[in-house]
Design a binder for this molecule. Sequence first.
Ligand code: FO1
Length: 316
Amino acid sequence: MSATARVVAISGGIGGAKLALGLYRALPADSLMVACNTGDDFEHLGLSISPDLDTVLYTLAGIANPDTGWGRAGETWTFMQALESLGGETWFRLGDADLATHVERTCRLAAGEKLSAISEDFCTRLGVRARVVPMSDEPVRTMVHTDEGILPFQRYFVQNRCEPRVTGFSFHGAGDAHPSLPLWEALLADRLEAVVICPSNPFISIDPILAVPGLRGAIGDCGAPVVAVSPIIGGRAVKGPTAKMMAELGIPRSARAVAEHYEGLLTGFVLDESDEGAVGDLPCLTTRILMETEEDKTTLARQVLDFAGAIADKVR
Ligand code: FO1
């Protein structure tokens, strides 16, 4: 049985994985749990796909595709080419090596294994000494409400390239889901020193996690500081549709608006030095949060951990 984590990172895919990697390097081995959004998961070509779990797993394992941020480095695409030649669906691209992850996960789920157990085993097999786990073992599916109708997440994100105008989100299955056991145990453990909400999209990466009944309360009551890092820098998202969504939802495109989105949950907030400093009376760390280099990731992670330690006495 693995030790419970000292730090729990709450993460979506590519943006969150960068800080998760920094935390992984900044902390001793076996100290980090990354709890991933599974609202992006879907069944495609008969396979169970968990993009955010895989992005974090591959990133921590050092095998992520550096150009896309998703999928594996050095990937080949024979399967996709063969599928195309047969008239199959190719809008969602599964590389040959990545395909093995989806096939193995699908087989194990069909045999009754839990997604959390499969994810932890994949970590062990790929040499990752952190625990990468789903928010829940039950299916939760993000639905994007748009001016073109309600779209399943990957249809909106990949097939429609985030182009439809967003009016809201719903998380199918969330009401009946339970937090995954490893995440639940980590949030209840005395050993927990910080919860870090990674600079992921608040609406489509973090909100599905907070929508799992019990998780928002457990994070808020965990007894450790809860620190979020802004995904918005100077009014723009580093990557992805966060700023576009904020504009479409009538929310100011600012770091402050992100902090307000998490109102009642945070002990502290980390924002970029190019953004306005004050977020009410919430303790803030203003620093350079753009993670361009490998060193940037570790430096920011250390700053976030130090900041969490410094505001630990503010935990309610
Ligand atoms: N994103 C794309 O933009 N196009 C793809 O074809 C694509 C394939 C894909 C395959 C496996 C995987 O784990 C992720 C993949 N992603 C792809 C990324 C993913 O859909 C999104 O980045 C996340 O869901 C958002 O966090």
